[in-house]
Design a protein around this ligand. Structure first.
Ligand SMILES: [Zn+2]
Length: 342
């Protein structure tokens, strides 16, 4: 046993005693006993630093849990007695209590994670909208009038000819127009839109009429395909918590040129082949490409001076890949057993 091990143990005892005597319990996080442990870090041999760091962290977590318990106890003490309540409010059996705590829906939770990753590499987060016009949905994205590609989307349209967005790309032109002055000031435009989209689809294990997409745009001087790949790779490796390999194949979208379909090495089998990747070792995950000059020009950006990339992917698909969920309908199923796994 290393020498610092006993010091961590001793500090724990001291902290417990101190906590008991504190009036303002939150002061425990500023305790000298914790500070002394942190001061040990620079002194231990390099190969033990990680272990000591982890031990201190564990202790800190424990101290935080004391605080949490103490807070809960306080709330408990404050809870008023409702004489009309049909429940035994002090019941030990959770199912007898009047209410059970809910939790954050897995999609919201994962959107939060995705946004944090993009934030950390300099992307601004934008919201989409629930109704839009055909100009933003199609025209601003270089879909010619009456082009059959417009029909590929099976959109819901209101009597007033408004569209329930079928892709988060409906926000692309807005982000470009809104932030184009950044370019003149020497800053890139970097934005992502994680939000809800709608398609008039038959629902099955892989298709939903309402789902979520993640749109990304990046514009600056001299942006190239290498930047696109590096950005997506950074994001996916951070999201899946492991280094992923990526592969691109040519594809067609009206709003990017060239366009690609982007695949990543299967995070479940490391390319050996499994049922999730249909034995191929690769998963086609998203569409992307270099923003078409027409799209830049329509948003008032000089396409001779600036270039950029855009990408879009299904958020449910990202999550399904991460946790091995096989039926997209589960997300809207309100099945508590499923939702509580996250
Ligand atoms: Zn696989």
């Amino acid at each position: 046993m290393s020498d610092w091990n006993s010091q961590v143990e001793a500090a724990k005892k001291e902290l417990a005693a101190e906590f008991k005597n504190l009036d303002d319990k939150t002061r425990i996080l500023k305790s000298d006993h914790l500070k002394k442990l942190y001061a040990l870090l620079p002194k231990v041999p390099a190969e033990q630093k990680r272990e000591l760091g982890l031990a201190i962290n564990d202790l800190k977590k424990e101290v935080e849990s004391w605080l949490k318990d103490d807070n809960e106890k306080k709330v408990e003490d404050l809870r008023p007695i409702d004489l009309t309540a049909p429940f035994d409010i002090n019941a030990k059996e959770p199912s007898l209590l009047p209410a059970q705590n809910g939790s954050i829906h897995p999609i919201s939770q994962e959107i939060e994670k995705v946004s944090e990753i993009f934030n950390s590499i300099g992307f601004e987060i934008f919201e989409s909208r629930n109704l839009d016009d055909a100009w933003h949905m199609f025209t601003s994205l270089n879909f010619p009038e009456d082009h059959p590609a417009r029909d590929d989307y099976d959109t819901f349209v209101t009597e007033e000819e408004l569209v329930a967005p079928a892709h988060t790309s409906t926000m692309q032109s807005r982000i470009l127009s809104l932030r184009k002055s950044d370019l003149e000031e020497g800053r890139p435009i970097a934005g992502v839109v994680p939000d809800r989209v709608y398609r008039n689809e038959d629902v099955d294990a892989r298709h939903e009429h309402t789902f979520h997409q993640l749109e990304g745009v990046y514009v600056d001087k001299d942006v190239n395909v290498g930047n696109l790949i590096a950005t997506l790779k950074t994001f996916l490796s951070a999201y899946y918590g492991k280094e992923v390999e990526t592969r691109i194949n040519p594809f067609y979208f009206p709003f990017t040129e060239p366009s690609f379909e982007f695949a990543l090495s299967c995070p479940f089998c490391d390319k050996k082949g499994c049922h999730i990747c249909s034995q191929s070792g690769w998963i086609e995950l998203l569409g992307c490409g270099m923003i078409h000059p027409n799209v830049l020009e329509m948003a008032g950006i000089d396409s001779k001076k600036y270039s950029g990339f855009a990408f879009g992917c299904g958020i449910e698909r990202l999550i399904m890949m991460k946790y091995g969920v096989e039926d997209v309908r589960l997300f809207h199923s309100a099945k508590l057993k499923f939702l509580k796994q996250f």
